[in-house]
Design a protein around this ligand. Structure first.
Ligand code: FES
Length: 116
């Protein structure tokens, strides 16, 4: 699935959030560019804790939730740091899904392509 985002823009910004349709459900997806390998990674951008956090605090290949500080590895969707409060409470929207869903992402002639 082409997501209509310039791969050069993602390289320049380092990361971006877009919305795709999985089935008929809109899903916010975080796309991160790894400068070292020139690879792209994509992962659901909604925190699996309370689901209220869009993952917008990006440091390298880690995405931190701004609400309670949970950190996810964008390569695997694994939560590498637990939330600072009530870590066992899952998000109803995400049904507590861990790891977060990831997508193969690549540069297809200047446009990001995701395998959904
Ligand atoms: S909602 Fe993300 S850590 Fe709590």
């Amino acid at each position: 699935m082409h997501v209509g985002i310039s791969s050069d823009l993602v390289r320049k910004r380092g990361w971006i959030i877009t919305v795709i349709s999985v089935g008929r459900v809109p899903v916010p997806v975080l796309i991160v560019h790894d400068k070292a390998s020139d690879r792209f990674y994509a992962m659901d951008a909604v925190c699996a804790h309370f689901g209220c956090g869009l993952l917008t605090d990006i440091n390298g290949l880690n995405a931190r939730c701004p609400i309670h500080g949970a950190v996810y590895d964008v390569r695997t969707g694994a939560r590498v740091i637990e939330p600072s409060s009530n870590p066992a409470s899952p998000c109803g929207f995400c049904a507590g899904r861990l790891p977060l869903r990831t997508y193969a992402a690549s540069d297809d002639n200047g446009t990001i392509d995701l395998e959904v």
